[in-house]
Ligand binder design. Sequence first.
Ligand code: SAH
Ligand code: SF4
Ligand code: F3S
Length: 479
Amino acid sequence: MAQPLLTLDFLDRAAPVAEATPAGNVRVTLPTRTGRQRKLYIESYGCQMNFSDSEIVSSILFDEGFDTTDDLANADLVLLNTCSIREKAEQTVRMRLKQINSHKKRKPDMLVGVLGCMAERLKSKFLEEEKIVDLVVGPDAYRDLPQLIAQVDGGQKGVNVLLSREETYADITPVRLNSNGVSAFISIMRGCDNMCSFCVVPFTRGRERSRDAHSIVQEARDLVAAGYKEVTLLGQNVDSYKWAAANGSEHVNFAQLLERVALISPELRVRFSTSHPKDITDEVLHTMARHENICKYIHLPAQSGNSRVLALMNRTYDRAWYEERVNRIREILGEDCAISTDMIAGFCSETEEEHADTKSLMHFVKYDMAYQFFYSERPGTLAARKLADDVPLETKKRRLQELIDIQQVHSAERNARAVGQVHKVLVENFSKRSKDDLSGRNSQNQVVIFPKGNFKKGDYVNVLVHSSSASTLLGEALN
Ligand code: SAH
Ligand code: SF4
Ligand code: F3S
């Protein structure tokens, strides 16, 4: 049903080095045309979990007679799937609502809804603050959308922000939006039980729960049958995935789930995100080592390189623990396993020396890639309640820039190491610059561009890399 849709994003997987973040992308839905009566325009902000949720929402609304469209001006229902992770993410949505308002003036029967984390954080206050909004629906309430839309059709506003301890949308087959037909996301869990003091996610996404392992494996099988070549298993902390059958006959942890998905087909690449340094186990690393098709890439956010700051952040590991985990990755998977991180500059009371520790951790690990941010206080979080946001903005920005500069050098060094080597690349698309070139990624998640020859999307191609920059590898196909 879901035809391949184009993408308007600048996907995070193109390995940005700096503030272009996993929570900084916007994706717009391009059309599904099945002649359904009403047109849904959906825009997603924030992390991959949100993009994945938009696919669930589109599936629920498809069954209600909605096709997706990329034509905002003529949409019957406009949904923004929002992010609250930093203040800037929320400002972006508010500005977008202003623009949507001008469309609504021209098409007064247009319904406007906000979904996701900002909806959950602001609840019905959203309706007071933004008059244009008709619908406010939190991440666990999407099954209620048809009922809420009917309510709005009847002239009322619709709000459901109830969080759930059980909802995983396990039985809903997502409508693949913006898909290249090669790679897809699969949500394996929802919510987060960690209480990192800076983070709004536990408040907006609720308690952690793991999805039925069989439904995950089935979704991956269906994707393989539909021609997909890569899945990314998604969760805020995938290493704490834990599912048990209702009768207790079966228990599945993350390493076991990873293995089940990897065994579906040697042609299917498996990725996952995000790994929490406190929870990533040797069992996961050994499972990665056993299966060629589990990509050798780990996103292992450190947040800081200083143990006092990590304690204030409530990350529950210290620097020594983090370094030990990195050493284990290198021992079990070798130098070729890529590691990336998230870093926060200028967290509450962070001193220059503590900031220097973050820089020295970066030199210790030499990350392949990093998403870096300056600290943004979020209402209601532990840090907002207990700690002063006392690092001046200019200092935060300067520290962030220092981290970005270091990462730029490390990314370039890391990419330069690939020159002269042959890499197995899964082709995802044409290169953005030229239709004569193809773009794909290797196991380490590096972007590789090469002349297309007779290859096409979805092919595995051995590419001899001849040159590199901080963001890309360039090469020639061998097979
Ligand atoms: N679950 C993931 C992170 C999800 S949020 C993990 O634990 O690693 C993505 C990233 O946003 C975080 O890793 C953090 O670096 C950043 N972030 C979260 N809250 C933030 C805040 N208040 N200010 C700045 N950056 C923040
Ligand atoms: Fe936020 Fe921490 Fe949970 Fe990640 S692990 S989502 S940073 S609370
Ligand atoms: Fe943003 Fe919510 Fe994801 S706050 S980063 S969309 S979980």
